[in-house]
Design a protein around this ligand. Structure first.
Ligand code: KIV
Length: 304
């Protein structure tokens, strides 16, 4: 509710479900119930996702593209991530909120990785962090996990390395590259990752990793139905990203069209003087108005 709407006495709906815990997520896997995961970057959308019962929320560094209009995730800073993750946490107190470690917040050294993972936990109240990379990042994953911070690995299409990977494209198409993904997943799990995201790998590679996982939760993004759960970029799933629409992303509702239609109506109603109507403004009692006019008349004009 904005200060302007507060005068109307309307109450926002807040999520009333119980706070999700790590044991709850593992229980989902045991029960065979797929886990739901969406990206989110702001308070109002976080409120909606928590109300809808989304299990996990990723405050992804994809916000550099979806919210800030960059062509990649690379310009995103730790301060950007802290600001957005804290906002999402305030809107979604009951979902499992994951902070995404931005470019160069963990690559330089193990110590950098621990310090920045710690910042996420202390300054945003998130539940876990995610970082990109395979066996070469196992020491970072192990150190973060040893610090008591739940950590998620990210394999397949890792956007921070898009240049080295040849762009935003399917990974693990050939047997040798797929073998590396399977081996990397094992290395991350052994290092202590409680969850691994596979982005844009063939469905059969995702199934192999899921079947071979000893305890890690395997989540998929554009990687088929065999993972323990699914992640989608919110802006893809709700038609809010104007630059492109990835093939694997289903549009669950065309929020972009709804907002565009609403904006056209706003422009038409203001220019056509159909808005505002009396219910959209506040009046003043006659005696107060008369007194105001009297005061102004007596004051003899503008005394600013
Ligand atoms: O930043 C992000 O949203 C991500 C997804 C692409 C998995 O890392």
């Amino acid at each position: 509710m904005t200060p302007a709407s507060a005068g109307r006495g309307e109450e926002a709906t807040v999520s009333e479900r119980k706070k999700l815990t790590l044991p709850d997520l593992f229980a989902r896997v045991v029960a065979g119930t797929p886990i739901t995961w969406l990206t989110c970057y702001d308070y109002p959308t976080a409120c909606l996702q928590d109300q809808a019962g989304v299990d996990m929320i990723l405050v992804g560094d994809s916000l550099g593209m979806t919210m800030l209009g960059f062509d990649s995730t690379l310009p995103v800073t730790m301060d950007d991530m802290i600001r957005h993750t804290a906002a999402v946490r305030r809107g979604a107190p009951n979902a499992w909120v994951v902070g995404d470690m931005p470019y160069m917040s963990y690559q330089p050294s193990v110590e950098t990785a621990i310090r920045n993972a710690g910042r996420f936990m202390a300054e945003t109240g998130c539940d876990a962090v995610k970082l990109e990379g395979g066996a070469e990042m196992a020491d970072r994953v192990a150190a973060i996990a040893r610090s008591g911070i739940p950590v998620i690995g990210h394999l397949g299409l890792t956007p921070q390395s898009a240049s080295a990977l040849g762009g935003f494209r399917l990974q693990g198409r050939g047997a040798a590259q797929a073998r590396k993904i399977v081996d990397d997943a094992r290395a991350l799990e052994e290092a202590g990752a409680f969850c691994i995201l596979l982005e844009l790998v063939p469905d059969r590679v995702c199934r192999l990793v899921t079947e071979r996982a000893k305890h890690a939760i395997i989540m998929g993004l554009g990687s088929g139905p065999h993972a323990h759960g699914q992640l989608l970029i919110f802006h893809d799933a709700f038609a809010l990203y104007p630059k492109f629409k990835p093939r694997m992303a289903k549009v669950f509702a065309d929020a972009g069209a709804v907002i565009r239609d609403g904006l056209a109506a706003y422009v038409a109603e203001v220019t056509g003087r159909a808005f505002p109507r009396p219910e959209n403004w506040f009046g003043m009692a006659d005696e107060e108005y008369d007194e105001l006019v009297r005061l102004l008349d007596r004051g003899g004009g503008d005394d600013r």
